[in-house]
Write a protein that binds this ligand. Structure first.
Ligand code: KDG
Ligand code: MG
Length: 410
């Protein structure tokens, strides 16, 4: 079965998505997600200029060989653009193989290891009262595990906290990771104020919701190792499911210091793109959850290798699933989640209605659990007519400055 056509489709229904569609000579098509938030067009160019011409005429069944060919023949290894482009090809080929086999993709990955995939949703509030409302709203939607992000007194806007005052945002307590604008929006930050405030937020949340509800928090790379160690220690009484991205973990050794001071479980890796980013923190058991997405980590083939490596150290998955992972990337994550033994939890930010019309999906969310469905392949189809209604729009993630004007991790 040969690849006959490879098309890169950019669409922006609620936000920008980059999708690779492969068509084989037997008429089977496959989809892969290559969306890289705020840098989407660089993946489009990588695919169109350097990958698409190499795919035509290749055997669609040779997934591992194609992966190794794209990774090694480029010479320039790793990096988010390269690994997102390879991921798009890898996932599209898995989609094709599973459709050709007449099976949902998880069957080819070893079959189901569980009946459903526990998902966590994103609750946030500028104030603690707004946050408590947001948690209740997420529970009403069915979520049984909840990420908690809060405003900090004295700071205007904080990434991860819904700031929009539209009715929809208030009802859904929704935030969108990137904003459609010509330049990144500037936010402000003060780590000392955050460290003082956050334990009071978790105190209130546990007081209102009791000890059972799994709670998560994202530190978004903003702390130094010693600050992260202090926060982890101070949050121990509130029994977090995890503390995510407490430090900018490209310095893998930094996690040692954090680990020595706290038993709060640590999750890291949404900005990582290869097993090399995890080598030390997995082998030294410095983390508890791997946060990579299928989309940014070379696809199912490479993320599976990272997760198998992690499994030897009792480290589990916590696959990245914000709205900037397209329904194609989400479906790929769900098939992997269902199949692997060391599944931990899946992040889930539901997409908007326009996105769901562009990407017709078979996955379901019932009583807090996701399932990829039983359709052959990934279970997602792209409506090209719908997609063409929404051209690319410039959008950026925000950035942070401290009070004195210094740019900080956001
Ligand atoms: O594109 C970046 C966002 O997806 C990311 O910042 C969201 O931190 C995030 C998360 O945990 O989902
Ligand atoms: Mg995160």
């Amino acid at each position: 079965m040969l690849i006959e056509k490879a098309e890169v489709i950019v669409t922006s229904p609620d936000r920008n998505f980059v999708t690779l569609k492969l068509t084989t000579d037997s008429g089977i098509t496959g989809l892969g997600d290559g969306t890289l938030n705020g840098r989407e067009l660089s993946v489009v160019s990588y695919l169109n200029d350097h990958v698409v011409p190499l795919l035509i005429g290749r055997d669609a069944h040779r997934i591992e060989d194609t992966w190794q060919f794209l990774y090694r023949s480029a010479y320039w290894r790793r990096g988010p653009v390269t690994m997102a482009a390879i991921a798009a090809v890898d996932v599209a080929l898995w989609d094709i193989k599973a459709k050709a086999a007449g099976m949902p993709l998880y069957q080819l990955l070893g079959g189901a290891s569980r009946t459903g995939i526990l998902a966590y949703g994103h609750a946030s509030g500028a104030s603690t009262d707004e946050l408590l409302d947001s948690i209740r709203a997420h529970q009403e939607q069915g979520f049984q595990a909840i990420r908690v992000q809060s405003g900090v007194p004295g700071l205007r806007a904080i990434y991860g906290v819904s700031a929009a005052k539209t009715d929809a945002a208030v009802v859904e307590h929704h935030y969108e990771p990137a904003q459609r604008a010509a330049r990144p929006v500037e936010e402000d930050w003060d780590t000392r104020a955050y460290l003082r405030h956050l334990p009071t937020v978790f105190e209130a949340v546990r007081h209102h919701f009791g000890p059972e509800l799994p709670l998560l928090h994202d530190g978004h790379h903003r702390m130094t190792p010693v600050q992260a160690a202090r926060l982890g220690k101070e949050l121990e009484p509130y029994d977090l499911f995890w503390l995510e991205d407490c430090t900018p973990a490209e310095n893998q050794e930094a996690l040692r210091l954090v680990r020595q001071h706290t038993t709060t479980p640590l999750a890291i890796g949404e900005v990582f793109n290869s097993v090399w980013d995890y080598r030390q923190i997995i082998a030294e058991q410095l983390i508890d959850y791997v946060r990579s997405s299928v989309t940014h980590t070379g696809g199912i083939s490479h993320l599976r290798k990272i997760l198998d490596f992690a499994a030897q150290y009792q480290i589990k998955s916590g696959i990245h699933g914000p709205t900037d992972i397209s329904p194609v990337g989400m479906a790929a994550a769900l098939h992997l989640d269902l199949a692997i033994h060391n599944f931990g939890i899946q992040e889930y930010m539901p997409h908007g209605e326009r996105t769901n019309r562009v990407f017709e999906q078979s996955f379901t969310f019932t009583d807090g659990y996701l399932h990829p469905g039983e359709r052959p392949g990934l279970g997602v189809e792209l409506d090209v007519d719908q997609a063409s209604r929404y051209p690319y729009q410039t959008a950026y993630l925000p950035f942070n400055r401290l009070k004195d004007g210094t740019v900080h991790d956001w």
